[in-house]
Write a protein that binds this ligand. Structure first.
Ligand code: RFL
Length: 396
């Protein structure tokens, strides 16, 4: 018979993505014990390709916690958005002084570095954790998390706090009883076909606004690019063989994009905004994609996850160091949500502007002309440009 192992830790973190690993590293630096439980293997987590921009706010956060040199890779953010509008190059220079600290750093590089630092500093990170389930998370209860380890043995960890950092499809949010959370969502009405290809990027960002729809090329390190094509919501991957993707990219960019390199992976991503509120129930706190999704056009999903991680780390540290004062823990959800809604507003404006400015059929001719006016203002008005720059930098 397999006997169950029982342990204790101040915090159990479910999920080793950017939110969970950042929270773990911040807590470790303050001497607060935590265990990170990740359902996937280390190799899978370290290879998973996603976001690419660490904004100025997030980069400064890593610096303030003494982690900048050890976790941030990539290259400085280039404050020029390279647009191709109707086949013409129209670079848009963002207000440069906001972007000094931002980085173009593939998400998997950040994740790999966060894992290395956490493990090197003595952190407890357990991969291949199956059937992770939080229990007794209500305020008055004493929470614990059950799972089966890599050998299949059952384990229970008693804790003070559970941090749900397990993404949109994780188990943490579903541990919250029905009727507590409200889900707010917005479907943008199209999908992005995304293709990761062995194509060196010409610029960090290249975005085409074209009557057939948006196309984007974003650098993922020196040798790879992630391409995006706006498609109708009923598209299926089988309609998009590699050759069609390359042809469509060249049509929308109006030039050869050197997209003829090998396509490594393809995916259809529905563009949507989602917020679950509140971001806390009892001793369980939700972070990152477990609590909110923003469309990738905004490049904010990873940065919002980092923001949540810092707020919760500060709140737990404050609680442990100040006679169990819950002031910051109580403020966690409202403070995060204020920031999240601010960035949902930015993401909605920016996503609709970029897609309406190209494809007039997306929201109709009226919105197409509004979007063109908005876009022109970004080139002509310092005030409008500064506001966009502040959002891009995460400084709002
Ligand atoms: P993650 O990164 O999904 O990590 C969640 C972790 O939890 C694990 N997990 C579990 N562990 C234990 N038990 C369970 N039951 C579990 N279920 C899941 C998972 O294996 C995983 O390791 O969530 P986190 O940390 O909240 O971070 C969020 C970001 O990853 C996400 O917002 C961004 O990737 C979104 N995103 C982008 N964000 C940006 O800021 N800029 C971008 O340019 C950008 N591009 C993108 C993106 C997301 C994309 N996908 C996933 C659709 C491009 C793409 C294609």
């Amino acid at each position: 018979m397999t006997t169950e192992t029982t342990e204790t830790s101040t915090v159990v973190i479910v999920g080793a993505g950017v939110a969970g690993l950042t929270l773990g590293n911040l807590l470790l630096r303050k001497g607060i014990d935590c265990v990170i439980l990740e359902k996937r293997g280390r190799e899978y987590v370290e290879q998973r390709q996603r976001a690419g921009v660490i904004d100025t706010r997030a980069a400064r956060m890593f610096r303030e916690w003494g982690l900048e040199d050890r976790v941030i890779g990539g290259v400085p953010f280039d404050p020029v958005l390279n647009f191709r509008i109707d086949g013409e190059d129209r670079p848009l220079t963002l207000t440069p002084d906001h972007h000094g600290d931002g980085r173009f750093c593939p998400q998997q590089v950040l994740v790999r570095n966060l894992i290395d630092v956490f493990v090197a500093d003595g952190g407890d990170l357990r991969f291949d954790a199956e059937d992770v389930t939080p229990h007794d998370i209500a305020d008055e209860a004493s929470p614990h998390v059950r799972y089966r380890d890599a050998t299949g043995s059952p384990r229970t960890i008693h804790c003070e706090f559970v941090a749900g950092c397990d993404g949109d499809h994780g188990v943490s949010r579903t541990a919250i009883p029905d009727g507590i959370l409200t889900r707010y969502s917005h479907d943008y009405g199209f999908v992005w076909l995304t293709a990761l290809a062995e194509v060196p990027p010409r610029h960090q960002t290249l975005m085409a606004l074209h009557p057939r729809g948006f196309a984007g090329q974003f650098g993922r390190g020196p040798h790879a690019s992630r391409f995006y094509l706006q498609c109708s919501p009923d598209s299926s991957l089988s309609e998009w063989p590699d050759e069609r993707i390359r042809d469509e990219l060249e049509t929308r960019f109006g030039e050869p994009v050197a997209a003829r390199g090998r396509i490594i992976s393809r995916q259809l991503v529905p563009l949507r905004g989602v917020v679950h509120s509140p971001m806390r129930h009892g001793r369980l706190y939700l972070l990152g994609d477990a609590a909110h999704i923003v469309p990738p056009m905004s490049a904010k999903g990873m940065n919002l996850a980092l923001h949540d991680a810092e707020l919760l780390a500060n709140a737990i540290v404050h609680h442990q160091e100040n006679d169990r004062d819950t002031t910051l823990l109580d403020a966690y959800s409202p403070t995060c949500l204020r920031h999240v809604w601010n960035y949902q507003a930015f993401a909605t404006w920016w996503t609709e502007l970029i897609h309406s400015a190209g494809d007039a059929s997306y929201r109709g001719d009226f919105h197409h002309h509004l979007a063109r006016a908005d876009l022109a203002r970004l080139y002509e008005s310092g005030t409008a440009n500064r506001l966009l720059s502040e959002f891009m930098a995460g400084l709002n």
